[in-house]
Design a protein around this ligand. Structure first.
Ligand code: GLP
Length: 291
């Protein structure tokens, strides 16, 4: 697991968008796992901007969202399908037929969940999974406790989660009681995980998720055993980490992060372009930190 701390929420979202863009430039048929939530809105806004201004091409990629509320039609303004259409899909040149979310109105939920897993497998698995984190440490809607070998299924939402998401609904009783969510194992099978958390509200749970003991009571702790996971934070969300000095040093010194250290610029964006593959950028050797 690698932890990157950026000066602001905007800079953190910008970095996440640029990581996604880089992978998409390198592989136009990328299978991307997506997440909903307020934190992701600025990531999607940035991706839409890159599409408009830099020609970032979504036409061949496929997407799978982490979760969807049970009982909401896709036209409901709080459904995650509606969220994704509004914030990303209708802002870029993605083929809507290549965008997948669980169906919260399915007549047979077991079949829907099994079918979702099968479709992910048929598409070759998820290359890059974008993740947020709930205040209780859930990924998707993997409420505590969630088995680390769980797959896509219906999960009953905890009171804390319903309360956290209540602001977007017309009242507490309007928040659905259940959701279909990818399981923890589904997430762990993605080739790369990219978690974004911003704001002071997330600082305590981020510290537990990243530096605390692994437990099914905090599904985000499962990412500690993922072979390729990057956690991107703003200063506020990273404020309770004990090893933040080390994380900052790694980010400043690893050659892989070189083009991401400065805010977006024409030069950084051109680094994504296939005519100038990022692997050919001059690297920097890691040097030991001064005591
Ligand atoms: C919901 C989603 C999660 C998301 C979380 C955080 O519960 N199911 O996938 O990570 O919200 O949302 P926010 O970004 O609004 O804090």
């Amino acid at each position: 697991m690698e932890i990157v701390i950026r000066p602001s929420a905007e800079a953190a979202a910008d970095l996440v968008a640029r990581v996604i863009a880089r992978e998409l430039w390198n592989n136009p048929r990328l299978v991307i796992g997506l997440a909903a939530g307020r934190t992701m809105e600025s990531v999607y806004a940035r991706l839409a901007e890159m599409h408009r201004e830099e020609g970032l091409d979504f036409s061949a990629c496929r997407t799978f969202n982490l979760d969807e509320y049970v009982g909401l039609p896709s036209t409901h303004k709080n459904s995650y399908r509606h969220y994704m259409n509004r914030h990303l899909f209708l802002q870029v040149n993605i083929n809507l037929q290549n965008t997948h979310l669980p169906d919260g109105l399915a007549s047979d939920f077991d079949a829907e969940c099994a079918g979702y897993e099968k479709l992910i497998t048929q598409c070759g698995g998820i290359d890059l999974q974008l993740l947020g984190i709930g205040n209780n440490g859930h990924l998707g809607f993997n409420e505590p406790p969630s088995a680390f070998n769980s797959r896509t299924r219906v999960k009953v939402l905890s009171p804390a989660t319903r309360e956290q998401n209540e602001l977007l609904f017309e009242g507490p009783d309007q928040v659905p009681h259940c959701a279909i969510t990818m399981g923890v194992k589904t997430i762990l099978e993605c080739r790369r995980c990219l978690l974004l958390a911003t704001g002071e509200d997330k600082a305590a749970i981020v510290a537990k998720a990243v530096e605390g003991p692994i437990t099914s009571m905090i599904s985000a702790t499962a990412l500690q055993i993922h072979p390729e996971c990057t956690v991107v934070l703003d200063e506020a969300a990273g404020s309770q980490l004990t090893e933040s000095g080390y994380y900052r040093w790694v980010f400043e010194n690893r050659p892989e992060w070189a083009i991401f250290r400065t805010p977006s610029s024409a030069e950084a964006i051109s680094g994504f372009h296939p005519e100038r593959p990022i692997e050919k950028q001059p690297g920097k050797q890691i040097v030991e930190p001064a005591n």
